[in-house]
Design a protein around this ligand. Structure first.
Ligand code: C5P
Length: 245
């Protein structure tokens, strides 16, 4: 095994970190800031087999019939931390980190509700948690190996969101604009932006920022390398593998 800290691409898929110690990266940022694209670019750059992307959408609390009706009128506040079930999120993250299977709900933005089916996440080496509140809850922060804030201009965020919500989330322009100015924008300033101060890195320009993407990837590879070495040492200490393994 290499003892240098730099990691060559050819070595990348060979780490054997303990399966019970998933490295978790949190990516927060405004709605429309490009968190998902940035996550996918990091995953692509990592070029590792056991990487999973988890969105915080999965943890929106179920709505009462009255709240649901308000949501369809764009009068429900999905941009306050109270809209998210952090207790369940933390439980799932702890399960994943300790090597247990976790069923993750799949969310429908068209229905403002969870779908019937869920996805199972089981023992990834790396998990990326993306969401407007990925760096909000202290219990989540305690589980993160790397904290990223995706930075983008407000106009860019709004235009991206309009296009996406109309094309992919079954919304109309008037409703989107109403929701943006009632909830998304004010709560960005109140709750989302302050997360910048606890981020390890702030990434401007999203997927165009090749330097940041490669720095994040290198950092994750180093972390896995270290975990892998410690794991092997521990196995040796316990006499589970021979010295030359
Ligand atoms: O993908 P993105 O980070 O934009 O998702 C978060 C946004 O989804 C929030 O700003 C919230 O306003 C919106 N949302 C919504 N309808 C829901 C749930 C969330 O418009 N049912």
């Amino acid at each position: 095994a290499s003892h240098t800290s730099s990691v060559l691409p050819a070595q990348r898929a060979q780490y054997e970190p303990p399966w019970q110690n998933t490295s978790i990266i949190g990516i927060a940022g405004s709605s429309g800031s490009g968190k998902t694209s940035l996550s996918l670019a990091i995953i692509n750059e990592l070029s590792l087999p056991w990487v999973v992307l988890m969105s915080m959408d999965s943890f929106y609390k179920p709505l009462t019939p009255e709240e649901s009706a308000a949501a369809f009128r764009n009068e429900y506040d999905f941009d306050a931390p109270e809209a998210i079930d952090f207790d369940v999120l933390v439980e799932k993250l702890r399960d994943i980190k300790s090597g247990k299977k976790a069923d993750i709900p799949v969310y429908s933005f068209e229905k403002h509700a969870r779908q019937e089916h869920s996805n199972t996440i089981y023992s990834p080496h790396v998990l990326i948690l993306e969401g407007i509140f990925a760096l909000h809850d202290q219990r989540v922060l305690d589980l993160l190996d790397l904290k990223i804030f995706a930075e983008a201009d407000g106009d860019l965020c709004l235009s991206r969101r309009l296009l996406r919500d109309v094309r992919e989330r079954g919304r109309d322009i008037e409703g989107c604009i109403k929701q943006w100015f009632s909830f998304v924008k004010p709560n960005f300033h109140r709750y989302v932006e302050p997360q910048r101060t606890i981020a390890d890195i702030i990434v401007p320009r999203g997927i165009e920022n090749k330097v940041a993407i490669s720095m994040v990837s290198d950092r994750v590879h180093k972390t896995l390398h270290t975990k892998s070495k410690l794991h092997q040492q521990e196995l040796r200490r316990l006499g589970k593998v021979s010295e030359d393994a």
